[in-house]
Design a binder for this molecule. Structure first.
Ligand code: AMP
Ligand code: GLY
Length: 421
């Protein structure tokens, strides 16, 4: 099968790495890809949101499946675009329709969906005016959580310690701090606990649970400083016990899939549940309509199944006929980032890898090929995944491997997973 994969980060290199070993994938194209995906298939100079360009490429190259890595094309309706075009119908697109992608594309939609289906989440109010927002904030205890309703490239959540700060931040958000995305704001009660991420693949009726992961979002060691897209991740997560899993499945996963089906929302793709364990009870912090980055870089290395088979079964509504098989080892990923990230960062520096350690995966995130060289091309530059018999061992291997990768201003967190040791 000829497959086109959309996206160009570490998540997409992990998809491409998996597909390159997949007997069901005869040819792989990646749009736009990065220097790492170019080693797994053919990069195509197309943006993941250029629907017309994607259509032309799919038809010219007889592509038989489209896999969507990032959220933006899904929220903008690439699945609907394929379904509505007679020349493209019948080509499976891995991801939900725009209606389903609202779980990520609108925080207000997600909160209302959870309320309709009794799915545990923080108490909230959805506001478009300063008066209503300030009134609700005054009913909460600090810290205060403000979320832009729409997509804001992972930057739309603010957590503030003082009421006056929160009221001021709300005003800035409503005035368009994140463009249209923050003209509507979800204000939430702060939940205190430890976060973890759960991924399922669903065909809209059946679902299969993939390995869980925990990511590390802050730039600084000890979970300090600004939020990033993710500085590292581990899988499995030792504190996710069978009892907690049961609650997650009964209270969150099953009602979510059943809720989508009951509301006739067509959803054939990944659901990423950002969860928090509050005293033994799981709550939803957020939904995403795609896999996580860097979580994919630890989830896929633990997955034995071939993606093509899972996706074919999913597209035909037969996910109940496959079993997920995973390897028991722990996988840990450490992200190497550019100087300045998550603010303005350097770009265009040469990357050298002196030595590749056996058993470690060097997944590219923000890189691009340039003649025979590889240059930095994003804030998150490279994701190094290693296996181990424990979180500590897997992380230590990735940190050691990182020492052999060089680029100007390289930064990484060496304490990934340390809270779990
Ligand atoms: P989100 O983009 O919704 O995942 O939010 C980004 C981060 O903000 C989450 O990973 C949490 O660490 C934090 N966060 C969001 N909502 C809450 C909440 N209600 N209580 C505590 N922390 C939260
Ligand atoms: N690592 C979090 C995300 O992919 O949204």
């Amino acid at each position: 099968m000829k497959i086109l994969l959309l996206g160009g980060g570490g998540r997409e290199h992990a998809f491409a790495w998996k597909l390159a070993q997949d007997p069901g994938c005869s040819q792989l194209f990646i749009a736009p890809g990065n220097a790492g995906t170019a080693e797994c298939g053919t990069n195509v100079a197309l943006s993941a949101t250029d629907f017309q360009g994607i259509k032309n490429f799919v038809l010219t190259n007889a592509v038989q499946m489209l896999i969507v890595g990032p959220e933006e094309p899904l929220v903008r309706g690439i699945v609907d675009f394929f379904q509505d075009d007679p020349a493209l119908t019948g080509i499976p697109v891995i991801g939900p329709t725009a209606a389903g992608a609202q779980l990520e594309g609108s925080k207000a939609f997600a909160k209302k969906f959870m309320a309709r289906h009794g799915i545990p989440t923080a108490r909230y109010a959805e506001v478009t005016t300063q008066e209503k927002g300030a009134e609700f904030l005054k009913t909460l205890k600090p810290p205060y959580v403000l979320k832009a309703d729409g997509l804001a490239a992972g930057k739309g959540v603010l957590i503030l310690d003082h009421l006056d700060e929160a009221i001021a931040a709300l005003e800035t958000m409503l005035a368009g701090q994140f463009g249209e995305a923050s003209r509507r704001v979800v204000i939430e009660e702060f939940l205190s606990g430890i976060e973890f991420s759960v991924f399922v693949l669903t065909d809209g009726k059946n679902y299969r649970i993939l390995p869980e992961a925990k990511d590390y979002k802050r730039i600084g060691e000890g979970d300090t400083g600004l939020n990033t897209g993710g500085m590292g991740a581990v899988s499995p997560v030792p504190f996710v016990t069978p009892e907690l899993w049961q609650k997650v499945e009964d209270r969150i996963i099953r009602p979510t899939v059943a809720g989508l089906s009951a509301e006739n929302i067509e959803y054939k793709g990944f659901i990423f549940f950002g969860l928090i364990n509050v005293g033994g009870d799981p709550y939803v912090i957020e939904y995403n309509c795609r896999m996580g980055d860097p979580e994919t870089e630890v989830v896929f290395p633990r997955l034995k199944n071939h993606l093509s088979e899972l996706f074919i079964k999913m597209a035909s509504g037969l996910l109940d006929t496959v079993q997920i098989e995973t390897i028991p080892e722990t996988a840990a990923v450490v992200m190497l980032v550019a100087a300045g990230y998550p603010g303005d960062y350097r770009k265009g520096d040469e990357i050298r890898i002196d030595r590749r350690r056996e058993g470690s995966l060097y997944l590219h995130a923000g890189t691009r090929p340039d003649g025979g060289k590889v240059l930095t091309n994003g804030g998150r530059v490279m994701a190094i995944t290693s296996y181990g018999l424990s979180v500590a061992e897997a992380v230590a291997r990735s940190v050691e491997a990182a020492a052999d990768v060089h680029f100007e201003g390289k930064y990484l967190r060496r304490d990934i997973g340390q809270d779990l040791f």
